[in-house]
Design a protein around this ligand. Structure first.
Ligand code: 13P
Length: 249
């Protein structure tokens, strides 16, 4: 079965104003000038999704959201439906990021409902999983992560485009990364669950690594077994750093 192109997605988190669009334009210009081996996406804050999609229209960088609500519409002040992201020009959406699981108590079931909504809206969900430091130290990493994968992916995604992102909570924004062996061990375990859940399609679902990915470590991480891309936080905010990671794919 042919491998999919790796996906390198930037998660801007709660960073970015109109002035930041220039960084994204610089990424897109470089990607268009020298098309990389990877698919590239930028997930800005919701306020910039439409502007970024307009600015990058027709260029080789996709735009994604960072969260959505499961419902189609209604009295949910402050929330955004998957359909709204799609209407604004997004093609992907990050779901179940640990900052949302921890900060907003998002459960696997809620993340699965959101992933179903993303599919309904025609978006490709990037569903995040990952263990805390306490869970790793207790030897529970594989149990936690595989449990999250089983609980956060609805059956409706069978045969549909989606990605999983493994982001160890303790490696996010800390400069710490697991060893290459630790990353590969978790990715192989996730692949096993995806194959069980989705059959041959599960063998092809991209599994991204996220957590302190930078130009200097990207190549080593991206060549590991069952690593199908990267979800990049801090290093996606500057075009030069993000392009260094894209170039490593
Ligand atoms: P950092 O790359 O800043 O560690 O963030 C990773 C992340 O949370 C991406 O979603």
């Amino acid at each position: 079965m042919t491998a999919l192109r790796p996906l390198i997605a930037g998660n801007w988190k709660m960073n970015g104003l109109g002035s930041s669009l220039d960084e994204a334009r610089a990424v897109a210009a470089a990607v268009d000038a020298h098309p990389p081996g990877a698919r590239v996406a930028i997930c800005p804050p919701a306020t910039l999704v439409h502007r970024l999609a307009e600015a990058l229209g027709g260029m080789g960088v996709e735009v994604g959201g960072q969260d959505c609500r499961a419902e189609l519409a209604g009295a949910f002040t402050g929330d955004i439906a998957a359909e709204m992201l799609a209407d604004a020009g997004a093609t992907l959406v990050i779901l179940g990021h640990s900052e949302r699981r921890a900060g907003y108590g998002e459960s696997d079931a809620l993340v699965a409902a959101k992933a179903g909504a993303a599919h309904r809206a025609g978006l490709e969900p990037i569903v995040c999983v990952g263990e805390t430091l306490a869970e790793r130290e207790a030897g529970r990493t594989l149990a936690v992560v595989t449990g999250q994968v089983r609980g956060s992916l609805p059956e409706v995604l069978a045969g549909k485009p989606f990605a999983v992102a493994y982001e160890p909570v303790w490696a996010i924004g800390t400069g710490l990364t697991p060893t290459l062996e630790q990353i590969e061990e978790v990715h192989v375990a996730i692949r096993g669950v995806l194959a069980e859940m989705f059959g041959p399609h599960g063998q092809r679902v991209p599994i991204l690594y996220g957590g302190s990915v930078k130009p200097s470590n990207a190549a080593d991480i991206l060549r590991l077994r069952d690593v199908g891309g990267a979800l990049v936080g801090g290093a996606s905010l500057k075009a030069i750093d993000f392009l260094g990671i894209i170039g490593a794919a």
